[in-house]
Design a protein around this ligand. Structure first.
Ligand code: IPE
Ligand code: IPE
Ligand code: MG
Length: 254
């Protein structure tokens, strides 16, 4: 939704941050960073170049989120299904995520960002990558300005399965299993549910992202391919979010 049905060029020049109601900034935004491969293919480049170009988008979005006052930003970096991609691409993505962390953790730390990970730490995640993840988590664990969570080797169904497993292991009787109990065993029970989930690249699906947590999230889809996404695209999505009426199944205000 654009203000007053603007033309595309007017829209491109709109300062969406200035239009935002600062008292209603979403607390938690999730991002399905999609379209890297297509971005590269359009330029005749290998798909992996698209992942590389996604780094600038991620950093600009993270710092833009800080400027807007977001408290939680969760980005989908690698899904439990992405292991089915060609081995070279998987290898590239593992190394890429490791090097991205190493190169950016200090500036994120200085900016007051707490870095978190969500997903399975199974044997397929190389040891070196897991170690970098632990280091970044440890380094930034006391930061409070914003939590940036990388959903890495993450699947929404796997998360629910893992939660139920832990619940059963803890010996909770069946009649004590309720939504609150399951929520307590998710990867990050302390994180509030996302208010807004953005997916880039024009695909209108969730692809196993935060299934439990997005029950009442607002969804914004954009045709922008992830490597082209910048903070202004985030602000535009938040602007759209602020025009929505969240009813949670109730009867809303007229
Ligand atoms: C998203 O971009 C990044 C990951 C899934 C790791 P894609 O690689 O899915 O790009 P498209 O969807 O093929 O264009
Ligand atoms: C979702 O994108 C996963 C990530 C962004 C990491 P995909 O590209 O894997 O999703 P599909 O295959 O289009 O559903
Ligand atoms: Mg994709």
């Amino acid at each position: 939704m654009s203000p007053n049905h603007m033309s595309a060029s007017e829209e491109a020049e709109t300062d969406y941050l200035a239009l935002l109601d600062r008292s209603r900034i979403p607390v938690h935004v999730g991002c399905v960073m999609d379209g890297n491969g297509r971005w590269a293919e359009k330029r005749g480049l290998p798909r992996t170049e698209g992942h590389g170009a996604g780094e600038a988008a991620l950093m600009d979005t993270a710092f833009g989120a800080l400027d807007a006052g977001l408290k939680w930003l969760t980005v989908f970096a690698f899904s439990t299904e992405n292991w089915h991609r060609p081995v070279e691409e998987v290898r590239y993505l593992m190394h890429f995520n490791e090097s991205l962390l190493t190169r950016h953790r200090d500036e994120l730390h200085e900016a007051g960002v707490r870095i978190n990970f969500s997903g399975r730490r199974d044997w397929r995640v190389p040891r070196r990558v897991a170690r970098r993840m632990e280091e970044a988590t440890e380094l930034t664990k006391d930061n409070t300005r914003m939590t940036l969570t990388f959903a890495f080797n993450y699947g929404g169904r796997a998360e629910i399965v893992d939660a139920v497993r832990k619940l059963v292991e803890s010996g909770v009787p069946a009649d004590r299993i309720n939504e609150k109990a399951i929520s307590r065993y998710l990867y990050h029970p302390e994180a509030p549910d996302p208010d807004l989930v953005i997916r880039t690249s024009g695909e209108m699906r969730i692809s196993n992202f935060l299934l439990w947590e997005i029950a009442y999230s607002e969804l914004v889809f954009t045709d922008v391919l992830w490597p082209d996404f910048r903070r202004d695209d985030l602000y535009r999505a938040i602007y759209e979010y602020q025009g929505r009426h969240r009813r949670y199944g109730k009867v809303g205000p007229t």
